[in-house]
Design a protein around this ligand. Structure first.
Ligand code: ADE
Length: 225
């Protein structure tokens, strides 16, 4: 898989992909993440990529031309399965969307910024619009990072134990059960005895029961769906 991210704040994203699971996935060539500086496609020597909104109003708007130039350059190199724009008024991101994206070959993500992006970008260049939640961030970079993280960890081979992605919360519309590690007792707080029993079948039953209880208590909407 290849993910191209277009942003005017590339430094914000560079460090995100330089650590832990994501770094390992990149090092193992399971995914390629390329961050593009939108300013490299600017229309003038001032590296300008935004301008005042026609009709007035506070905030700068990302211009259509640098984005068009950047997306066109990328599209001339390969075919993209999706060109995502991160925006609070996009479709809400969830595990199902992450699963779908994880099956794709080439993903492009344009990070929204400032007041927004010239509407013509959304009309003519973007194929999908994604929000990571009902709140407004100061830019789409964090959203691009969240989407990439959720997708990359699903690629076979990225997690050392593949089944651990399958047992994530939300994968089967259930939250994950509680987990414990050593010591079996700390400060008088005990690990449930069943987990120490070695009886795999009973442990799995207990975990499923815990998942169902937890989902009923915390996220009953998931069960209804
Ligand atoms: N940009 C600003 N807020 C956002 C959000 N909630 N989701 C995606 N992109 C955003």
């Amino acid at each position: 898989m290849r993910i191209d991210i277009i942003t005017c704040l590339p430094k914000l994203l560079d460090s995100f992909f330089a650590h832990s699971i994501l770094k390992r996935a990149i090092d193992k060539h399971l995914v390629e993440v390329i961050v593009h500086d939108l300013r490299d496609y600017s229309i003038n020597k001032h590296r300008q990529v935004d301008d005042y909104a026609f009709g007035g109003g506070a905030g700068m708007v990302l211009m259509v031309e640098p984005i068009h130039k950047c997306i066109t350059a990328l599209k001339s190199e390969r075919t993209y399965d999706t060109i995502i724009y991160t925006t609070p008024d996009g479709e809400l991101f969830d595990q199902k969307k992450a699963n779908r994206l994880s099956l794709m070959q080439n993903i492009m993500i344009l990070c929204g910024h400032y007041k927004g992006v010239d509407e013509r970008v959304r009309e003519h260049l973007i194929t999908d619009e994604i929000s990571i939640g009902n709140y407004v961030l100061s830019g789409g970079e964090l959203a691009a990072a969240v989407i990439s993280d959720a997708v990359i960890r699903l690629i076979p081979g990225v997690l050392s134990d593949e089944s651990s992605a399958l047992s994530d919360s939300f994968q089967d519309d259930l939250l994950a059960p509680p987990v414990y590690t050593r010591p079996a007792e700390y400060n008088g707080w005990k690990v449930p005895q069943i987990l120490l029993s070695g009886n795999t079948k009973e442990i799995e039953q207990w975990q499923l029961q815990q998942s169902i209880e937890r989902t009923k208590m915390r996220r009953p909407g998931l069960l209804k769906d």
